[in-house]
Design a protein around this ligand. Structure first.
Ligand SMILES: [Zn+2]
Length: 338
């Protein structure tokens, strides 16, 4: 089969690889309905993470179960499933505490930019739909697997409540999903920080009430102006750079929570500023598994349409162009037809 492999910075290839096989009795093989490229795939693509050897790319997936190992009991061949990018048993103390992304058996999904993928710990990781979903819902169900789950976690970690004032730092796909999540959680005001017209429009469509297109001191000043000089109750940090984290900290009111889901690259905290900021920080890889049943239900009931975040669709064989388009910000998120 054809699959996407990353060889080094800027060098992504779609090439022939062997089909995945069941290795452990707890594995499942799924036939993907669609795949996509994640913002976090751009870190190694841009040379910001080491690429020790060819890497099988892709960790967002949904599709039909093709085969299961002998120990799998909760899903069966023919069912449509969605799973998280974090593989989890869903039974250990961390999973039961709602942090499946820190499962004691955690693995990170790989190799999902391909027509077939092996999902370890299938019972704990996968959630099946009651029936095969209609084709037009596939992009939204795929989004649940990571980008929506992560935006949702940012809002959950930032304790968005009915009537909250929420500031979203980052207008990438995750930030936009954070806007959607905050809206669903009943936020009264959602301030999206975005400099790009198409992303601003999508943020407004997903529920943003205000757009701040400035960054740095100016951006902070505008957020303060919009919030009676106080700052947001909840701040979603969806980028992972020093600048975006500084922005998030300065836009948070004392007592606020910051949900940070952008994988930090070079982010450092100053203890004393943090002490006096009086904000809470909760972040990390999203425990998407905790949210899967609810988010899948919202999609199947057509109450949310996170699939709109895909603004470029390409065949898997053009994955390299999908990476380039996202790297150059020509696309927010690329869906790959498999
Ligand atoms: Zn676990």
């Amino acid at each position: 089969m054809l699959a996407t492999m990353l060889y080094g910075a800027g060098d992504v290839r779609c090439e022939e690889v062997p089909e995945p096989k069941i290795i452990h009795p707890t594995d499942a093989i799924i036939r993907l309905s669609a795949s996509c490229i994640c913002g976090s795939d751009l870190w190694p693509y841009r040379g910001l993470n080491d690429v020790p050897g060819p890497m099988a790319m892709g960790h967002e997936y949904c599709g039909i179960v093709e085969e299961v190992g002998s120990a799998v009991t909760s899903v069966r061949p023919g069912q449509f499933v969605v799973g998280s990018f974090c593989i989890s048993d869903n039974t250990c103390p961390n999973c039961r505490f709602g942090f499946q992304s820190s499962c004691v058996q955690r693995e990170f999904m790989t190799g999902a930019q391909a027509p077939l993928a092996r999902v370890p710990l299938a019972d704990g990781t996968l959630v099946a739909t009651p029936a095969l979903p209609p084709d037009d819902l596939i992009p939204s169900l795929l989004a649940v697997s990571d980008v929506l789950g992560t935006g949702w976690y940012a809002a959950d970690a930032a304790r968005v409540r009915e009537g909250s004032t929420v500031v979203v730092v980052g207008d990438g796909a995750v930030g936009l999903m954070g806007v959607l999540a905050a809206k669903q959680m009943g936020a009264g005001r959602i301030i999206a920080m975005s400099r790009h017209k198409t992303r601003q429009d999508l943020a407004l469509e997903f529920g943003a009430t205000d757009i701040v297109s400035e960054r740095g001191e100016k951006g902070v000043a505008l957020v303060k102006e919009l919030t009676g000089n106080i700052g947001g109750d909840s701040v979603l940090e969806c980028v992972g750079t020093q600048e975006s984290m500084a922005q998030a900290l300065q836009c948070a009111r004392p007592g606020a929570m910051i949900g940070f889901v952008g994988v930090p690259h070079g982010v450092e905290f100053d203890g004393q500023s943090l002490f006096f900021a009086q904000v809470g920080l909760m972040g990390g890889p999203a425990p998407v598994r905790r949210f899967l049943p609810h988010l899948m239900e919202l999609v199947l009931a057509r109450k949310i349409n996170p699939g709109k975040v895909f603004d470029l669709t390409l065949p898997l064989s053009d994955a390299a162009e999908g990476y380039r388009a996202m790297d150059e910000r020509r696309a927010i998120k690329t869906l790959l037809r498999v």
